[in-house]
Design a protein around this ligand. Structure first.
Ligand code: TAP
Length: 486
């Protein structure tokens, strides 16, 4: 096993000259308030948001208590019964188009703030997150005046006030996934971003102001878990839309049981990425890397379990290790970086504990040589071989850059092993044979399955899970249905 010693450099893996994205083309305020009823409302308490790559405080952010959450829900109700609720679909669509264009105009700023606040590499926030954020608003802008065509003969109606709670792994993208369909369908929103990544949601609030969105249509209340709880339990919230861990998803379901609130829950995952002996190996290796190391593995649909056909296992593992040795771990704002910072010290501890459990239970760990940066939260890209189905690293969501590898001989064995988990969010299949793709995609109990690719997202495509990965779909026409009464 490679040593993980603190080193003096920010760039530890690879010998590239730094190519940092600049931070001087925008402003982050020292302190942010809550966005309620179209105004910035002072919160009685504040908390700090920290750059996970440096440990430095970026800004102070309002912590909404029950009182402020109540104000936000009241503002959303007023907008629903007032200006926003009176608009035609075509007028709502114009606002969404305007927001999408403003996101594009400010995309560089949003990408940098996302990487500073969350730790993800700038290449990902610039090329994946922010373009998808704009795409979600564009896509739903197009639906706003066509809901009668999407659901012919049933006269779709908005639900009312929607309470939305999102996680820290794709902060602005999750906000877009939630807000864009809700508004397209005529609802109003109160959104609670994650405690460790509130900044881009607050930047989005500035964009709503610039777009002239009627006051109260979207309200942003920052805070921790208690703020989320106050929101989902508020009696005047008609629907709860939650993305986060399965444990909190279950708690939310218990909290709203017995009420007539509608809900969608997008929860955790433990995806199987299955590679057959007839697959294009080099492409599959790239797909495996992208599947697990994209966004430091902080991805609900990460391909965290690799199943390789026995005949090619040695070859694939050798190529994987060689490729992992070239990954650059370091400054999220550097355009060379492949793997950024772990989002929080708490998440780093969770990853370390599960990795220790993997070693204790008998799996064989491998990490590339090299030292991690001295300051901030970091974890090396890691793989485990000799894994058993019962190991915690195979069963539990690690939500970090850690891959558990197992082998199989027949498609049936691959399916049985892949489906042997409480989760069912996503999966991947690598093969040259279309017939095998169909067999595996129909046999995998997962909401999304990619064939000969991984981690591809599109607003037109519904996303969501089976079993403990959640209830409901987001994106596409299915996602619209979750924000409508018929
Ligand atoms: P959680 O700890 O579940 O937090 C998610 C959100 O819920 C945060 O905003 C959190 O606030 C808030 N929250 C915590 N306790 C709450 C409560 N009792 N009532 C209401 N809200 C509460 O998840 P996380 O660690 O941020 O995110 C990682 C998890 O999200 C992973 O399991 C991942 O798989 C899942 N995820 C799923 C998807 C989809 S689409 N299925 C997508 C992305 C992520 P604080 O941040 O302040 O604690």
């Amino acid at each position: 096993m490679a040593k993980t010693e603190p080193g003096p450099h920010n760039f530890v893996f690879g010998n590239y000259a730094p190519a940092p994205e600049s931070k001087d083309h925008f402003k982050i305020k020292k302190s942010y308030d809550l966005f309620i009823g179209g105004k910035w409302v002072k919160a009685s308490k504040k908390f700090e948001t920290i750059n996970p790559a440096t440990g430095e405080v970026i800004a102070k952010v309002g912590e909404a208590g029950k009182k402020e959450v109540g104000q936000a829900v009241k503002a959303a109700r007023k907008a629903f019964e007032g200006e926003w609720g009176q608009l035609s679909g075509a007028e709502r669509g114009k606002y969404l188009f305007r927001i999408a264009r403003l996101i594009q105009e400010r995309s560089r700023e949003l990408a940098v703030v996302e990487s500073m606040d969350g730790g993800k590499p700038i290449r990902e926030s610039r090329d994946v997150d922010i373009p998808l954020v704009a795409a979600h608003f564009f896509y739903h802008a197009g639906w706003a005046d066509k809901l009668d065509y999407a659901f012919p003969g049933v006269k779709p109606k908005p639900l009312g006030v929607v309470g939305q709670v999102i996680p820290w792994n794709f902060p602005l993208l999750m906000a877009a996934w939630k807000i864009a369909p809700a508004l397209a369908c005529g609802n109003t929103v109160v959104l609670k971003p994650a405690e460790t990544t509130p900044l881009t949601a607050l930047k989005l609030a500035e964009i709503f102001e610039d777009a002239g969105l009627p006051p109260g249509t979207v309200n942003i209340v920052t805070g921790a878990g208690e703020t989320g709880q106050a929101l989902i339990e508020h009696p005047d919230v008609d629907k709860v839309a939650f993305t986060g861990s399965t444990a909190v998803g279950k708690a939310i379901r218990r909290a709203i049981a017995g009420t007539d609130k509608k809900f969608t829950l997008e929860l955790g995952g433990k995806a199987a990425n299955i590679v057959f002996e007839d697959a294009p190996i080099n492409e599959a290796v790239e797909g495996i890397l992208n599947g697990i190391f994209f966004n430091q593995g902080h991805v609900c649909c990460a391909g965290s379990r690799l199943f390789v056909q026995e005949s090619i296992a040695d070859k694939v593992i050798k190529k994987l290790k060689k490729r992992m040795e070239t990954l650059i771990v370091g400054d999220p704002l550097d355009k060379n970086t492949d793997i950024g910072a772990i989002n929080s010290a708490e998440q780093l501890e969770r990853i370390k504990a599960l990795v220790k459990a993997g070693e204790r239970e008998g799996a064989c760990i491998w990490q590339p040589e090299g030292r991690l940066p001295r300051k901030g939260n970091w974890f090396k890209p890691t793989l485990f071989t000799e894994c058993a189905q019962s190991h915690r690293i195979v069963q539990e969501e690690i939500f970090g850059p850690v891959l558990a590898i197992q082998t199989f001989r027949t498609p049936q064995e691959a399916l049985e092993k892949a489906n042997n988990t409480p989760y069912g969010l996503s999966g991947g299949v690598w093969t040259d044979k279309g017939s095998k793709i169909f067999k595996m995609t129909t046999g995998l109990k997962a909401g999304v399955v990619w064939a000969n690719t991984f981690n591809k997202f599109d607003p037109t495509s519904p996303f969501g899970g089976y079993k403990e990965s959640g209830i409901g779909r987001e994106g596409g026409v299915h996602g619209l249905a979750a924000y409508l009464n018929f």
